[in-house]
Design a protein around this ligand. Structure first.
Ligand SMILES: *[C@@H]1O[C@H](CO)[C@@H](O)[C@H](O)[C@H]1NC(C)=O
Ligand SMILES: *[C@@H]1O[C@H](CO)[C@@H](O)[C@H](O)[C@H]1NC(C)=O
Ligand SMILES: *[C@@H]1O[C@H](CO)[C@@H](O)[C@H](O)[C@H]1NC(C)=O
Ligand SMILES: *[C@@H]1O[C@H](CO)[C@@H](O)[C@H](O)[C@H]1NC(C)=O
Ligand SMILES: *[C@@H]1O[C@H](CO)[C@@H](O)[C@H](O)[C@H]1NC(C)=O
Length: 274
């Protein structure tokens, strides 16, 4: 039984490894933040929104972490996971700002692009963050807002401390509040509205999507993950055809874990166990 399972799993695992190869592992934001219980909520959301993988993939990056009370303020807004992801993307800068660099910002302020800008969802100047060196050495962070809907009465996020710095790869700093921006919070059509099984069928993976449909537990996992953004490794109809005979021999639990392997997030936690 074990041999049969491995023979099915190996090609899939191989493909998954290929998909993640070349990303290097110079830093692991989940691991860095795990040492700081005060950032556990922030860390959790970096993982569920898949932003952690995005951070680990990039070189020269700054992560502005907020503590658990700052995160509960954000969560009290009852945003969808998709919106939370957009908001958190504002907290990741595509540039390196260590404490030293922050305190030496010339001309008082600088504008940097966040992942909200870098990932192409933002138009114009949406997704830029203004970093201001204020009087008394205080450093403020404000999302550059182009719409005239700048939220008023909200406290400005300020630099609290440097958490960890690996010059010039990754700088993790703490800021006092969530960076809020009406642009990031604006309700956007969430990808959950997309029927993922139909989408896969359209992409030539009908056999695979039929397998997913037949396994209710898997269908739900796919639907849940898509809200956080996900890449599905979608095997073609001919690939599925060749593994169907062995697939049919698996227990239903075995079938489920195999299907979940095609969904990289679930895979990392579940695939190894099978
Ligand atoms: C990053 O660190 C976390 C926690 O230590 C670990 O569970 C995870 O597997 C690591 N990720 C990678 C890609 O090494
Ligand atoms: C950045 O903030 C400073 C100080 O508040 C302000 O003078 C400057 O105009 C801002 N820049 C942008 C692009 O919003
Ligand atoms: C930065 O990343 C490079 C390559 O990924 C690595 O060799 C180097 O040790 C890292 N520097 C620090 C300070 O972590
Ligand atoms: C997606 O489409 C399939 C086939 O049309 C349908 O059976 C299924 O219920 C749909 N799923 C969702 C979540 O709407
Ligand atoms: C599936 O199980 C049957 C009965 O145990 C066996 O004869 C057959 O060879 C198995 N098929 C595959 C592809 O492993």
């Amino acid at each position: 039984m074990k041999v049969i399972r491995m023979s099915i799993l190996l090609p899939l695992i191989g493909l998954l490894l290929l998909a993640t190869a070349g990303t290097g592992d110079a830093h692991n934001i989940t691991h860095i933040l795990a040492k700081y219980p005060e950032f556990s909520t922030f860390n959790h959301y970096l993982t569920t929104t898949h932003l952690a993988a995005e951070i680990n993939r990039r070189r020269t990056i700054t992560v502005c972490a907020v503590d658990n009370s700052g995160m509960s303020e954000l969560l009290s807004g009852h945003y969808s996971l998709y919106t939370i992801k957009n908001i958190l993307r504002l907290h990741i800068f595509a540039d390196y700002f260590g404490s030293k660099k922050l305190h030496h910002i010339t001309k008082g302020s600088t504008t940097t692009s966040s992942l909200f800008q870098a990932t192409g969802d933002a138009s114009g100047t949406f997704g830029y963050v203004n970093i201001t060196n204020m009087k008394g050495g205080k450093i403020g962070f404000t999302p550059v807002v182009v719409s005239d809907t700048r939220p008023d009465g909200q406290p400005m996020a300020t630099f609290v401390k440097s958490v960890e710095e690996f010059p010039y790869n990754i700088s993790v700093i703490q800021i006092s509040h969530i960076l809020s921006s009406p642009d990031a919070e604006a309700p956007t059509a969430s990808p959950t509205d997309v029927n993922i099984t139909t989408l896969m069928a359209e992409q030539g993976c009908k056999s695979f999507s039929d397998l997913i449909m037949a396994d209710s537990g898997v269908g739900d996992t796919f639907a849940l993950s898509v809200e956080g953004g996900l890449t599905i490794f979608c095997p073609s109809d001919s690939a599925v055809k060749s593994f169907i005979p062995s697939y049919k021999n698996l227990t239903s639990g075995g079938k489920t874990s195999l299907l979940l392997c095609c969904c990289p997030t679930s895979c990392s936690t579940r695939c190894r166990r099978s």
